[in-house]
Design a protein. Structure first.
Length: 305
């Protein structure tokens, strides 16, 4: 195994030898490399000293490679080409990472909030790639804390964690969704204790909105058994519209078969927040996204802002 000093000299001098092989002379090699001719000459002399062999021999006014010089120049060319390819790959991979951000979010945000956020980001920084994954609140937090996502959007916010920043985006008042044919459909507001003995629908356990719903009903002294459970808000809204029960949901606007009724309870809200790791904001795409999240919320859709 070669001594480190010899390897350092060889590796540092390979570009000089390759340039001489390509151009046919020391002066031409120096011009190609943008170095003084004396620097190239001393570098080759130092390499010959470490290898204890001649790499160049005089050929009239120029030089030519010895057999050992040819062998090392061929290796130098292959090595430098490989290094160049590796550098190109690393730079391209770095550019992709700098230009890509991964976001994990709750299913209920996929209809309006996420499209609005992605639009704001690509408008601010065209060409940015956004990798999106969605699921229940527990899934989203697990993915983020495992490092599988750069940013997480959940409601309610994550509990404080070390090395994590959280920004509250908005708080919205929840509504009671009822079928248009239900006696409550004409009401201007409802108290949660009026849900006694009403067929109630909700998201499955481990979803953020389900936790909020259970807490609200418990505080109101209402005990229920969920008639049906879904895994996304749109499914639950569809079940309500089909006349299968009532549900506490985020507002989206009345539809032909469903009416949204304000809930007479100041705690019937949910807060949406984004969390990320500040150390990762050295990457331009994530820095741009977190800047948007911390700016004027005009990008938020509909009633959110």
């Amino acid at each position: 195994m070669e001594e480190p000093a010899t390897l350092r000299t060889v590796l540092a001098t390979l570009p000089l030898l390759r340039a001489i092989a390509d151009t046919g002379g020391i002066s031409a090699a120096a011009d190609e490399l943008g170095l003084p001719q004396s620097t190239v000459s001393r570098g080759i002399a130092r390499l010959e000293h470490h290898l204890d062999t001649s790499l160049l021999e005089r050929d009239g006014r120029g030089v030519r490679l010895t057999p050992a010089g040819h062998e090392l120049a061929t290796t130098a060319r292959r090595t430098l080409e490989h290094v160049t390819e590796t550098i190109t790959h690393i730079r391209a991979d770095t550019a992709r990472r700098n230009n890509t951000v991964s976001v994990v979010f709750q299913n209920s945000l996929g209809r309006a909030v996420i499209p609005a956020l992605v639009k704001a980001l690509v408008t601010e920084r065209p060409g940015t790639r956004v990798n999106l994954r969605q699921g229940g609140r527990a899934y989203c937090i697990t993915e983020f804390t495992a490092g599988a996502a750069d940013l997480v959007l959940v409601a309610p916010p994550m509990d404080p964690q070390p090395n994590t920043a959280t920004a509250s985006l908005y708080t919205e008042h929840l509504i009671l969704a009822v079928p248009r044919t239900h006696p409550y459909a004409t009401r201007k507001s409802l108290r949660l204790n009026e849900l006694h003995n009403q067929p109630t629908l909700g998201l499955a356990p481990a979803y953020g909105l389900r936790d909020i719903t259970d807490s609200l009903l418990s505080q109101a002294g209402v005990r229920i058994t969920y008639a049906f459970e879904g895994e996304d808000v749109q499914t639950v809204r569809g079940l309500v519209a089909a006349g299968l029960g009532l549900a506490i949901l985020p507002p989206e606007g009345n539809t032909p078969d469903l009416t949204e009724i304000p809930i007479d309870d100041p705690h019937a809200t949910r807060e949406l927040a984004a969390s990320w790791r500040p150390a990762d904001t050295t990457r331009p795409a994530l820095a741009a996204l977190t800047t948007i999240l911390g700016s004027d919320p005009s990008w938020l859709p509909g009633p959110a802002h």
